[in-house]
Design a protein around this ligand. Structure first.
Ligand code: ADP
Length: 754
């Protein structure tokens, strides 16, 4: 069992490790890159990127890179080289390096010089060898055993062909180069590359000059020239330059386009062309290092390589020299294209325009809504003013009671009617009920409940006590208020002060009662004679019965029964007489008439006022034709009004068959020379029956089914009591006119007996 305990975990461990051991770790290799120039040298930077890209993607080794920069252009003295070698020796004493890539020939020279004590056994890849002769020497040297390398591109023909294609008018080529060792390598490439063009192109030599002179020469170049920029690490005056910066000065000064061989100069004033790609060179060197580290002897690898090129152009320079993109060889890259303002800021421009449009629309819509609101506001203000004016200037006391019992509105006229201001009503919702007299509150309460239950209660009349303690009659109408959705918004009410009307009604009623009384009294006067006449009959009968009874009683026994009959006849006739008298007694309430000077016009006028609205006179038009000046008459106004009323009612009766437009009365007053004042009532009715004209004023003469025949008799009595006379005539055009006269008053006032 113990053995299983050991084996099992071991198996488990093996199983767990299985996937790890399948992907074996790549061997770690350390590669040193030794650059001739300093770190900021653009070509080195590009080479470095190429090297790193190639190592990064390799599947054989895990490559650790060490980079050193010899900065030869600034520190090219032998003493510096020795110092650097010492430094590197110390630095790398404990570090095993598997391959070294030198960039530019100087780095290789430096290394070979120190090789006995520095990286003595390490194979070297001499990248970017700048001259073929150098490569040839290397090929022949014993160091070739551990050294291979790549040649930096030197295809001047490729560059020139493109330059001449773009500038066919070219007759001169100005070559610009410096004086540093690197400048010399590069210059040599150009010189040898230009040799084939010797016949047709004139070479303007601008090498090894001071920068100032170079620039001044460049400014005056003929237009059929172009400039070939090699490198200037140092000018003819010994001044050090970063080649790119030198190129910028040159390009700016040159009156013609500038071309160069190296891609690293693109963007600094050259047009472009078929150029050396340092990135490709770096990749190539790294590839050689990998091959060597995998065991290939350096000596077996030919020095040279592919010399990677790139076809690239600076868009700005194409524009500057008016070179069409269409003329460029196929597959050319165009860099530094400056997008047009539109291209660069299209998004921002579109966003800006959209923003402006949206803002404008917003502003417009804001203005519109503002304008609309202003208009609506002014309309509301006008409407409010209109409604407020209507409400505030109503003669009646208007209010709007909200469902919660508060008042939404009370018109100012409430103060005229109640003495309380609208504010007092608004502030105290119970004030309204408080003004109603206690006797009418129940009526009001019922009505109020109905109104709030939306029962449309119509109108009521009630009395209020004003602030000053006066009682007033109010005619109240109200109606429930709802909005368009039918929601109950309270009750809208109108209160009219009808105190004056009520008073007039009351007075009219009094007047009518008075008139009825007088009528009764007057009628009794007339009745007296008929009563006397009527009484004569029973009295005569009683007398006859009594005489007969006396006679029958004197006959003794046989006459007794006849005597009894006679006595019963007496009793019967007596009862008849008694009934007559008792019937009359009720009517006999004697009151003294009081005659005073009165004005007939105003007597008539007053009577017309209080009979107004009487249903009997409905549909009747009453015209008056009053003499403007009339003498006063001595009389009793109520009796005179009774006469007038009798005449009017008769006229109405006479016209009840007439057409509506003929139902009218004309009441006329005029001066009567002999007799004072003459009053006439003219109608357009049937007229008077001429055959009975003399009977008109007799008591009990009537032609009406329910008539009494007393009206004219009483009227005649009243008028004659006033000293006047009354008569009637048929009008020539139909209808009748009744006249009466009243003598003018000679006294100012005073009672007269009836
Ligand atoms: P009553 O009106 O009860 O009949 P009146 O004494 O007032 O009693 O009138 C007596 C009669 O005189 C009337 O029944 C009517 O025949 C006649 N009479 C009165 N006024 C007019 C009139 N304006 N036109 C025609 N007939 C009239």
């Amino acid at each position: 069992m113990a053995i299983f305990r050991l084996i099992f975990p071991a198996l488990l461990l093996l199983l767990l490790l299985q996937p790890l051991s399948a992907a074996e770790p790549r061997d770690a290799k350390r590669v040193l890159i030794l650059y001739s120039e300093d770190e900021a040298h653009p070509a080195h930077e590009m080479t470095d990127q190429g090297i790193r890209a190639a190592f990064g993607s390799n599947k054989f080794f895990n490559v650790q890179l060490y980079t050193e920069y010899l900065d030869v252009s600034r520190f090219g003295e032998p003493s510096h080289a020795r110092a650097t070698a010492d430094y590197l020796r110390g630095k790398y004493s404990g570090v095993e390096i598997h391959a070294i890539i030198t960039v530019y020939p100087y780095a290789l020279d430096f290394l070979l010089a120190e090789r006995s004590t520095l990286f003595s056994e390490v194979p070297i890849i001499a990248a970017e060898i700048t001259s073929r002769s150098y490569a040839e020497n290397l090929e022949r040297s014993p160091t070739r055993r551990f050294v291979t390398g790549t040649l930096i591109g030197d295809d001047i023909t490729g560059l020139m062909d493109v330059a001449l294609r773009l500038r066919p008018e070219t007759r001169h080529v100005a070559l610009v180069a410096g004086t540093a060792p690197n400048d010399a390598f590069s210059e040599e490439i150009f010189r040898s590359g230009l040799r084939p063009y010797a016949g047709r192109i004139d070479l303007i030599d601008l090498t090894k000059l001071s920068m100032e002179e170079t620039l001044s020469r460049l400014r005056s170049l003929p237009s059929e020239a172009l400039v070939l920029y090699s490198t200037i690490f140092k000018d003819g005056a010994g001044k050090a330059f970063v080649p790119r910066e030198a190129l910028l000065l040159i390009s700016r000064a040159a009156a013609v386009p500038v071309f160069a061989l190296y891609e690293s100069y693109l963007g600094f004033g050259i047009v472009g062309g078929r150029m050396v790609s340092f990135h490709a060179q770096g990749k190539e060197a790294a590839g050689l290092a990998l091959r060597i580290m995998r065991g290939e002897p350096p000596a077996d690898i030919t020095i040279g390589g592919d010399q990677g090129y790139v076809s690239a152009y600076d868009w700005r320079e194409l524009k500057r020299w008016n070179i069409s993109e269409a003329d460029l060889p196929a597959g050319s890259q165009i860099r530094y294209r400056t997008p047009s303002f539109w291209e660069e800021y299209r998004g921002a421009i579109l966003a800006g325009i959209s923003f402006i449009i949206i803002e404008t629309l917003l502003v417009i819509s804001l203005f519109m809504s503002l304008h609309k609101r202003r208009r609506a506001e002014s309309e509301i203000a006008a409407t409010t003013l209109r409604y407020r004016t209507v409400a505030d200037y109503t003669y009646d006391w208007e209010y709007w009671l909200a469902p919660d019992g508060t008042l939404n509105y009370v018109s100012p006229s409430c103060e005229r009617i109640t003495g309380y201001s609208a504010r007092e009503f608004m502030d105290d919702p119970s004030l309204f009920l408080g003004t109603i007299v206690p006797e009418d509150r129940e009526t009001w309460g019922r009505h109020h409940r109905d109104a709030h239950n939306q029962l449309n209660p119509g109108g009521i009349q009630f009395r209020i006590r004003t602030k000053g303690g006066e009682t007033r009659w109010i005619d109240h109408v109200c109606t429930p208020v709802t909005d368009t959705q039918g929601k109950f918004l309270g009750v809208r009410a109108s209160n009219r002060d009808i105190s004056d009307r009520k008073k007039a009604e009351f007075e009219a009623q009094q007047h009518r009662d008075e008139l009825a009384h007088v009528t009764r009294v007057a009628a009794m006067g007339e009745l007296t004679s008929s009563i006397a006449h009527e009484l004569n009959q029973p009295l005569a009968a009683i007398r006859n019965y009594a005489n007969a009874a006396k006679r029958f009683l004197s006959q003794g026994e046989p006459g007794l029964s006849k005597a009894r009959d006679a006595l019963e006849g007496i009793i019967r006739d007596d009862r008849r007489a008694a009934e007559l008298i008792s019937g009359v007694r009720g009517l006999l309430k004697k009151e003294e008439s009081c005659y005073r000077p009165v004005h007939v016009n105003s007597v008539i006028q007053e009577m017309l006022v209080f009979i107004r609205g009487d249903s009997v006179l409905e549909g009747l038009s009453i015209e008056t034709d009053f003499a403007p000046v009339l003498p006063a008459v001595l009389g009793e106004r109520v009796q005179l009004q009774q006469v007038l009323l009798n005449l009017m009612l008769n006229a109405v009766d006479a016209m009840n068959q007439s057409k509506p437009d003929l139902r009218k009365l004309v009441i006329k007053t005029e001066n009567d020379e002999d007799r004072g004042v003459k009053v006439s009532v003219r109608d357009f009715g049937a007229g008077i029956d001429e055959t009975h004209k003399d009977k008109l004023f007799e008591p009990f003469y009537t032609t009406k089914p329910v008539g009494m025949g007393m009206g004219l008799a009483i009227s005649q009595r009243i008028i004659s009591a006033h000293g006047g006379s009354i008569w009637a005539e048929n009008n020539p055009g139909g209808g009748a006119t009744f006249y009466f006269t009243l003598p003018a008053s000679t006294e100012s006032s005073g009672p007269h007996g009836a």
